[in-house]
Write a protein that binds this ligand. Sequence first.
Ligand SMILES: NC(=O)c1ccc[n+]([C@@H]2O[C@H](COP(=O)([O-])OP(=O)(O)OC[C@H]3O[C@@H](n4cnc5c(N)ncnc54)[C@H](O)[C@@H]3O)[C@@H](O)[C@H]2O)c1
Length: 266
Amino acid sequence: MSGRLEGKTALITGASRGQGEAEARLFAAEGAKVLLCDVLDDEGNAVALAIRNDGHIAHYMHLDVTDESAWQAAVDHAAQEFGGLHALINNAGIGLRKPSMLKTSREDWQRVLDVNLTGPFLGTKAAAPVLRDSGGGAIVNIGSIAGYTGHFATAYSAAKWGLRGLTKSAAMEFAPWNIRVNAVHPGIVDTPIIAGSDDFREAMEWMTPMARVAGPEEIATVVLFLASDEAAFVTGIDVPVDGGFTSVGAYRQVLQRALAQPGSKI
Ligand SMILES: NC(=O)c1ccc[n+]([C@@H]2O[C@H](COP(=O)([O-])OP(=O)(O)OC[C@H]3O[C@@H](n4cnc5c(N)ncnc54)[C@H](O)[C@@H]3O)[C@@H](O)[C@H]2O)c1
């Protein structure tokens, strides 16, 4: 690794597994001190220990991203134990694959918005002053391609669309503090959040031009770029990392279906 985050500290939510774990491992390998936060304490402690065993600096801390006072404690921990904070990765999220709005209860709706949208809002509020006092830094919000289209999981899609607005508003407000705020929008990624959804996964692979799911490391490398000084003039943007799903997925299938017709006319 090339030390692309040497001298930096990072707080990553949802870091006990999946993409957050991949980001924590990559950031540490690139030289960052990493504070892993999650509600899965055993898994998070195990990942932090594994990172330390590789010779890097990592702490784990329980943080429910919907808890405002817990956010302050996490940010204070990074500032006091690591001497500052340079990157916040709002990665924690929950899915809700209910293929009908009519079957989505108000409680479902509220819970998904709380974790996926209010969490990053609370995190941004808590972290921004510390990022400023650390000389500036980066916030990367993990959205979804469900924030680009209509989607069968209404609450999830609404939260991820909202996260794009939060990203741009925060980018505007915090640019004078030298804080950049960007969003990464994964397509389908091989993590526990899609466990047990084999038919959905297969259909997504069929619709994705690159015809496969991503590994969590393939998302983490893009998050790393946006968190690093290599992206020093990049703020307020949305980056889909989706194997072409949002850009060309539909027309790929339109073309294939049209060409499959006998004597096809296109
Ligand atoms: N895997 C995909 O296909 C996919 C696609 C698009 C977007 N995403 C997004 O990527 C992000 C990471 O998801 P993943 O794929 O790694 O799934 P995952 O389920 O493996 O990881 C999510 C992590 O968030 C944590 N978490 C959940 N609620 C929390 C809370 N209230 N406070 C703190 N932590 C909490 C979980 O414990 C878990 O460790 C999420 O925001 C998700 O919406 C995932």
